[in-house]
Write a protein that binds this ligand. Structure first.
Ligand SMILES: Nc1ncnc2c1ncn2[C@@H]1O[C@H](COP(=O)(O)OP(=O)(O)O)[C@@H](O)[C@H]1O
Ligand SMILES: [Mg+2]
Length: 256
């Protein structure tokens, strides 16, 4: 049964967000409405300062809107307290930033394993799964490196490993290729494409590169805190029964 007409995985309902800067209130999000369906690859474009990162932070539970609701698979995110939201973020979202933030005392495989360890895996089991994830992205040889010894592109791939290790529902990436050369950026986009198509994870990405529209099932154009235009590029027919329940099961097709 296709569920693309079913409930959104992320419902964004009339979100308003203002920041207080000194005596002034700055309205950053001015009534943002958007439904993201399971299995979509959504790319968000818009000029610097238009509110993209603020919107992502609202969606991942870090920035309470002044009004409006974020609904993750039917559940109002901001009805939850801060700790419960942190748990949703940890369990359900895989987050990739423009520049990875590493725990400097840990090597590559330990950094990738870290989210599992804080969600209760034994060190041994976490490291094993991290090694398997690194292998999938052909990064096994770097396991024992310090992350900052790697190139920018390699670091971004490792940060994708870290983001997917918890088997998240949704990958949120804020300009993940912004610091990369074209070749590395294309490789990173290819990995997101694979995660979307093979592992059927929903992806929400901010990008500056119009060439990447081709990866998206839906393109959102933001301007000054509102959504100016939404372009549906491809219908997504998602049969959740056919999802590999474990994201790493995409390896079965040797796709990475
Ligand atoms: N914590 C904050 N306090 C005050 N202003 C903020 C804060 N976060 C973001 N802003 C302002 O909100 C606007 C949108 O920022 P942002 O969402 O980072 O834009 P984008 O990611 O599209 O470049 C900017 O004008 C920025 O200065
Ligand atoms: Mg931003």
């Amino acid at each position: 049964m296709g569920i693309s007409s079913g409930p959104p995985i992320i419902g964004i309902q009339n979100i308003n967000k203002a920041f207080q800067v000194g005596k002034n209130q700055v309205d950053v999000l001015k009534g943002v409405d958007l439904n993201i369906m399971p299995g979509e690859f959504v790319i968000l474009f818009g000029q610097s300062g238009c509110g993209k990162s603020t919107l992502l932070n609202t969606i991942i539970g870090l920035e309470r809107p002044n009004s409006g609701d974020i609904i993750i698979r039917g559940r109002k995110l901001y009805d939850l307290g801060e700790d419960a939201r942190a748990k949703v973020r940890q369990d359900r979202f895989g987050i990739v930033h423009q520049q990875a933030n590493w725990i400097k005392s840990l090597n590559v495989v330990e950094n990738v394993a870290y989210p599992l360890m804080i969600s209760g895996y034994s060190r041994r089991a976490a490291i094993k799964r991290a090694e398997r994830t690194l292998e999938l992205l052909k990064l096994a040889e770097f396991s024992r490196y310090t992350p900052t010894e790697l190139s920018g592109g390699q670091q971004q791939k490792v940060s994708i490993c870290r983001a997917i290790i918890n088997n998240p529902w949704i990958i949120v990436a804020d300009e993940p290729t912004g610091n990369l050369d074209t070749v590395s950026a294309d490789e990173v986009m290819g990995i997101f494409k694979t995660i979307n198509e093979q592992a059927r994870r929903t992806i929400l990405m901010v990008s500056h590169n119009p060439e990447y529209e081709k990866y998206a099932t839906k393109v959102i154009y933001m301007k000054d805190g509102i959504i100016e235009k939404i372009v549906n590029r491809k219908d997504v027919k998602v049969d959740e029964d056919q999802y590999p329940s474990d994201l790493l099961a995409m390896a079965r097709g040797e796709v990475l």
